[in-house]
Design a protein around this ligand. Structure first.
Ligand SMILES: Cc1ncc(COP(=O)(O)O)c(C=O)c1O
Length: 384
């Protein structure tokens, strides 16, 4: 047994080896040359406005940042129509997920979510010493009845990723509202809206109501809404996100956070990006058009695609997804095989720029051609 096994905490022992990509420099070099459609990043990057603000902030990095993120918190509060005490800024929304878990959970307590949801929930819950209970899905969507059944007296958190990663499916506002009304008082609902801007745009086009989540926060419900600058704003590498929720709960979370964890450059970038509507419009409009193009292309290859409300597609390729992803990587494209999510024949592919998506479809058609029967000439190729 290793030297530290008996010394480290039980959660650290139980967490196992995280699923991190190989970090040898050769592997990194190879990966940097791939068309990267595996992490739901923004293919257009940050806006010029955000870049300028970050560059301007670089000259002051000899000073520690504002630990309270006061200016950004006030801007976010007025942007969302909430008091600043109901806003908490963290180094990415995943940092707030961990804080909420460490604040609300302990050994003997649990959190409930769906199977096949955001992988960080299980890591954050286990690191806090709690247990994650995963309710079964129903046809690629959350089964909210099953989630309600899984809640017991020791449940403190329910996570709903809306839209869900990796399936891309969305719960409409009335459905979330009636779910919330049925949650017992000892449970905090974490509504993870990392893909908010994409979902809102899809919902507008589909003439459905995506989210009333901030109303629940305004009404004082036990709800924390998570948002991030990592997706539509294109700042994933900066690490900045935030939560909107009950002031008292966020104040407890603030006690648990690391000092100075949100850099001054990140605060400046977030401030500049917050209402950069031109950039966000370009990103979400490309996403809708390209999601349609990818859906047609993948269906033309004979694959089942789940309609998305986010910036990625969940697709059943009808064979071992790990092997499929490896062959795709040989053709120069990185996507995410979903074996770890209990979907061994499914992949998640980020919606990229038109050029990236064409490269992906071209690579996928080569891989599909090598997969034998069932392959059909792709519709995008037929159109040429
Ligand atoms: C559902 C969900 N929540 C949160 C995040 C991560 O957000 P952040 O970069 O703000 O930590 C992701 C990223 O993939 C996600 O899919």
């Amino acid at each position: 047994m290793s030297r530290f096994f008996d010394l480290v905490s039980k959660p650290a022992r139980d967490l196992g080896i995280p699923n991190v990509p190989s970090s040898t420099s050769a592997a990194r070099e190879r990966r940097s040359q791939l068309v990267k459609l595996d992490s739901n990043e923004n293919p257009f990057g940050p806006s010029q406005r955000a870049i300028d603000a970050m560059q301007a902030a670089l000259g002051n990095t000899n000073s520690y940042p504002d630990d309270d993120c006061g200016r950004l918190r006030r801007e976010l509060a007025s942007y969302h129509g909430l008091p600043p005490e109901q806003v908490m800024v963290t180094a990415g929304s995943t940092a707030l997920l961990s804080l909420l878990c460490r604040t609300l959970l302990a050994p003997g307590l649990n959190a409930v979510t769906s199977e096949r949801s955001f992988i960080v929930y299980s890591m954050a819950v286990q690191a806090a010493g709690g247990k994650l209970v995963e309710a079964p899905m129903q046809a690629d969507c959350f089964n909210l009845e099953a989630i309600l059944v899984a809640i017991d007296g020791n449940t403190r958190i329910v996570f709903l990723a809306n839209p869900n990663n990796p399936t891309g499916t969305m719960l409409e506002a009335p459905v979330v509202e009636s779910f919330l009304a049925r949650l017992p008082g000892h449970v905090v609902l974490i509504l993870d809206e990392a893909y908010y801007e994409f979902a809102k745009h899809f919902a507008t086009l589909r003439k459905v109501k995506y989210s009333n989540s901030l109303d629940y926060v305004r009404q004082g419900a036990s709800v924390v809404v998570l948002r991030t600058f990592s997706k539509a704003h294109g700042l994933a590498g900066l690490r900045i996100g935030y939560g909107l929720g009950p002031a008292e709960l966020l104040a407890y979370c603030a006690r648990m956070r690391n000092t100075f964890s949100v850099s001054s450059v990140a605060q400046a970038g977030g401030l500049a990006a917050l209402d950069d509507s031109l950039h966000i419009r370009r990103v979400v409009e490309n996403n809708v058009m390209q999601s349609h193009m990818l859906e047609v292309g993948l269906s033309g290859l004979g694959y089942r695609v789940v309609p998305t409300a986010a910036n990625f597609l969940f697709c059943d390729v009808g064979e071992d997804a790990g092997g499929f992803a490896n062959r795709l990587q040989e053709e120069g494209v990185a996507i995410r095989p979903l074996g770890h999510w209990g979907a061994p024949q499914c992949i998640r592919v980020t919606i990229g720029t038109p050029e990236q998506n064409q490269m992906f479809l071209r690579a996928a058609s080569i891989v599909a051609r090598g997969s034998g029967p069932g392959f059909r000439e792709p519709s995008f190729a037929r159109r040429k």
